[in-house]
Structure formats: structure tokens, C-alpha cells
Design a protein around this ligand. Sequence first.
Ligand code: HDE
Length: 694
Amino acid sequence: MSDDNYSELDKGGAPRQTVKDGYETMTTQQGTPVSDDQNHLRAGARGPMLMEDFHFREKIFHFDHERIPERVVHARGYGAHGYFECTDTLEDITSADLFQRKGEKTPVFTRFSTVAGNKGSPDLARDVRGFAVKFYTKEGNWDLVGNNIPVFFIQDALKFPDLIHSAKAEPDRGFPQAQTAHDNFWDFVSLSPESMHMIMWIMSDRAIPRSLRFMEGFGVHTFRFVNADGKAHFVKFHWKPKSGMQSVVWNEALKINGADPDFHRRDMWDAIQAGDYPEWELGVQVFDEAFAETFDFDVLDATKLIPEEDVPVRIVGRMVLDRVVDNFFAETEQVAFCTQNIVPGIDFSDDPLLQGRNFSYLDTQIKRLGGPNFTHIPINAPKCPMRHFQQDGHMAMTNPKGRANYEPNSWGTEEGGPREDPDKGFKSYPQEVAGSKLRARSETFSDHYSQARQFYVSQTEIEQKHMADALTFELSKLKTVAIRSRMLGHLRHVDEGLAGTVADRLALELPDKPKPASEPKTGLKASDALSILKSARKTFAGRKLGILATHGVSADLFKALKSEIEDAGGMVELVAPEIGGITLDNDETVPADQKIDGGPSVLYDAVAVLASKDGVKKLVNDAPSRDFVSDAFAHCKYIAYSPEAKALFDNVGLSDAMDEACIRLEAPGDVKGLADTLGALRYWDRERKVDLDG
Ligand code: HDE
């Protein structure tokens, strides 16, 4: 700092950093250089403020207006940039430009979100995750605004405000935040049998993903692909994570929310910054009217899916997210997804939920972003040319030049502005439409239980147990017993065993089944693709091992373990009693990534405990160290340990419980093959032993 950092007028102030130290000149928004950013203009050093202080007024005025309304749903989200690469052309089925040339890349911006919680709510709420992708194609922006669950709660957009009101905090008390475990939500869904399929999904582990990188995504609705000859097919969109799916267990989710409420966004940021780019395959289920007519359910009903066994998913591309945002507000907060944003070659279907969404998204952006020119914000602007005669409005940034602001006009091709293209311009599929004007729901939407049952029977036993646990947890939080009971009636239509288990745990009699709108179909076959565990990819790549270690541990063992995981594409963090790190037995020092109080085992996919004889003495009485191993054990994680560390396990009462997923590492050679073993991600055989409801 230069010598004259203390100004004459600053007798009571702190030293200043100024341009004399090599910084750029600070200015007001008008570009006027600022001489003093510490003190407002006043009459005398202890006197009142002067209104003429334009710098103060501008700075505070701007601060006062920093916030914009958060999204009414999906308020908490996290976005990243990347690209979509076409790996299989679809020219025979759609004229959409991004699917025409193999190997061609289209820039994308993707935002993941939770639905119910506000902007500051924790990441690991039990909730649906939004999975919204904006493709900046050469023929305009295509927004595929999907979720990580392929079906939805309701069939008609008119019910959306009711659904969301019921799920969010109750209006009188203002809680609970980011939770469906309250009376209003279960009251609404138990009075809306069409929700039952979706209820099965949100009570499954899909609603508590380990990472945004490890979940599937779905366009949910049936859309249309239209080819160059005008021929149409129906299509459903699927995103499949390259590293496979993975979820946490509920007790772990609760603890992650305390230890790191930003767990999912930090994970995404860290992975991209480390060059471990999240990747998904894009798949399509393409089918025609003939299939739609023979299918057991209505393809326009967003509470139903089409099993992959009936219409296979054809992989047509991949999405890689390789760049974090420069500014969270400018990009993640201001991105405006609209389901109405489609491009030539893609079209809507008559799904009544999708039709309603097409109004809602555009409408909400005007409120949220303050005017009709939100498409001028760089994150929302297409990357292809835009030419039209729309003009003016709040914050107009990209304004046409010249005289022509209407057409037709006489100003010629040079100055007369753009004109329509009857060949390549977007054309709606000329579907025949007829019918009386009425408010009605088609009878083909009336089967509310069959696919809920199909989802349940498609799960592994442990996944079914998690669903029973989740239902018990949520319903146990209700104050109104009649609502619990009403839900049990619906569950009987899904699976009598499930209904019985939940009823037992809630100490309730099973009620009569409610009369279904139409008789559920029996015998829908299990679909393996619906189960996370049946479709596991068995890899530790992209996962994190947390090593709790003390001073004096074997350098050879520590390094061998680290390389084994890193060579398999995994990440390693050192958790230590002191943040300064540990000194290995060869006197080398390794700085810690986390001090044990800040690095509980819930943050890791698997853990190792390496201790020296002296080191372990400290750990056995330390509460965070004890939680580290007992939680890892209770959450069915793989645990590696050095012989000296065993004392910690003995001390928390695990000595007799250690099983084959507790792996003893005596020598560096013992780590060989460990990454493969950890690829199983959890040792589910343990769960029944560590759970009261086992
Ligand atoms: Fe949304 N939804 N939604 N939704 N939705 C919004 O738009 C709406 C639905 C989804 O990261 C809002 O920009 C209605 C289904 C995602 O910015 C709003 C209906 C699916 C996001 C809105 C639905 C979604 C939203 C709030 C019933 C999965 C976050 C802020 C017909 C296919 C996008 C905004 C982002 C956001 C309305 C149902 C996914 C109010 C009326 C079904 C991923 O317009």
C-alpha cells in the first residue's frame, strides 16, 4: 500500500486500497471516477448526510433493487454450459436441424432444480428434480424442460396451482420448507388418485439423488417429430447419465442437508472444475399412431410412461456439461425456459398438461424478469440470427436499425427487413381437430393405479423397502389421521403388501379400497429400467472416497489407496483431525481437505480410515470421528481400514458387525481391485441389520 493511504479526512478510518496500488479506477454506473467509497458526503465529519451525494444514492438504490422474484416453482437450481453432440442422425424422422449431422455439436445450457423449496432451501430435499435444457440450435432455441421422473402428479394444467399450493409451506404457518411431509400435500394427493403413479416415484430413491450427475432426465410429455416430408411420429425424450444412477439413503439425506446444504451444486461445480465433465446420453422413444392406439394407456396422459421394453430407447446423442457459469445471477437465475420454444421438426402433442405449460412459462418470465425483452439477456438469446419487427419495451437491448418496422413495405430487400420462409419456416403439424367445446377428461385417462403398481413391482426388494420407509416417514408427520388412512386405501390398489407394511408401522387398520375410476389392469410386467439398482453401471468413476487419517500412517498405503481410486476416475479427499493435515510415516506432510468436524462421512460415496497406533487414540473419543464410521456403516457404505484403525470401530460397537464390505488394508498391495469393489456403491445386505424397520 502507498504511504498516503490514510486520507486527511479519514482520521478514524482504516487504510485504503487505491489506484496507487495498481488497481483499476472505480466509477459510478455513469462512469464518473470515484474518489472515496468509504464515507458518504456529510456536513462536517460528524454532521448529517447531504442529499446531493449521487454516488451514495446510486449505490444504495441499486442494492435495494438487486433481488428479482424467485421462480414460483423450481426456485432452487443450478446451471452449467455444455454441448449436445448428435451421434445418430434422425433425418428420416425429424427435420430438426440439430439431429441432421453426426458429430455436430449444438451449445446447451442446463439447469437442474428442486421443485418445492425456496431459493435458499437445502439441496437434498425429498423432491422431484427439474432437468431443463436449452439447445441453442441453428434454427432457434429449443427448450426441453423436463424432470428426473418420467411422469407427473396431475393430468390437467388447471390443477397445477392446487398441487403446488398443497406441496409448498402451509400458508398460515409458513412451514414446512421444501418438504411434502405435511397434511396439505397428502390431503391433496389422497383426494387426487391420478397422483398415485407419481407418488410411487417420489417415495422411491429417485427423489433423493446422490448427485445431479447421477440421475436420469425425461421430457415427460409425448411430443411430435416431423420429417421433411411432413410425416409425423410421436416421441418421448430420455436423458441417461453416463456414470449411472445413484441415490442416497434418507438418514444420510437429512445429515447432508445439515453438513452441506449446497451438496448438489458444489458437486456439480467441483466436477466441472476438475475436468470430470458430467455427461448424459439423449435417447428417444419413437412411435406412431398405430402404437398409440394399441397401447394400454393414453400417450397424452402425463401420469403414464411407455416402458422401454415396449418401445426401446434409441440413443441419438450425448450432452456434456463442460463449463461453469461466470455469474450465477446472470445465467442460472436469469435463464428463462419456455416449453413453447420449439424448432422446425419438433411439435407439441395434445397432452393437456403440456398445452397449459405453453402458456405458463412465457407468462411467468415477464413477472420474473420484468418485461417482454428477457430474450435479449445473453443467456436467453438465440445464437442464430434473429430478425423480426418486434420493438421497444423495457430494457430493449438489441434494436433494429433503419426505417422498416413493419411489413409488407416498399423499402426493398436491402432496407425492408426480413420476410417469411414458406419452405423452411416452422409449420405446425396439420393434425385434424374436431369436437364440441367442453370441459372434460377423456376416459382413456382414468386408470390411476396400474402403472403405480408396475413401478412398485419393478423395484428390487431393498428399493421397495425404501419406498415403505418413505411412505411411513411422510405419513407419520401428518396430524390428521384420516388422511393417513385415505392414503392406505390407495396403496391397497397399488400393492396389498406395501399397504399392509405401512399400516402396521402407522398402527392403523387397513381401510376399504376407494372405488377406482376404472378397474386397474393386473399383470403389467416388471420393467427393469424403472429400478435404479437393476440398471446400475457399477463404477466408482466420478465418485468420492473420504479418507479419515491421522499422523504417522503408512505413506505407501496412503498413496497406493489414492492412486487406486484416482486411476479408476474417482476422487479422494483427506479428512483429518487438523486442517493443517497429516504427516505420513516418511515425514511427508499432506494438507487436509476437511477437518473432521466439517467432513462427515455422508459427504462421501465410500470411506477409509487409516490411523497410526497413537493417532487412533485421539479418534476413539472424538464425536465426529465416531459418527464418521458409525454413519458410514449405517448408510451401507464400503469402508476400508488399516489394522490400527480397528480400535475406532470397536469403540463404537461395530466389532462384531464388521462384514465383507469392511475391507482391511494391511499392506499397499491390498488396495488392488478396491475401486472395482467400491463400484457397487453400497452394500445393501447390511441394511436390514442397521434398521429398526428391517
Ligand atoms: Fe413446470 N413450471 N409447470 N413442470 N417446470 C416452471 O416456469 C408449470 C411441469 C419444470 O430451471 C415455471 O420459469 C405448469 C412438468 C422445470 O428455470 C412455471 C405445469 C414438468 C422448471 C411452471 C408444470 C415441469 C419448471 C416456474 C403444469 C416436467 C424449471 C418458473 C401444467 C416435464 C425451469 C419458470 C428452470 C418451472 C409451470 C408442470 C418442469 C410456473 C403450469 C410436467 C424443470 O412456468
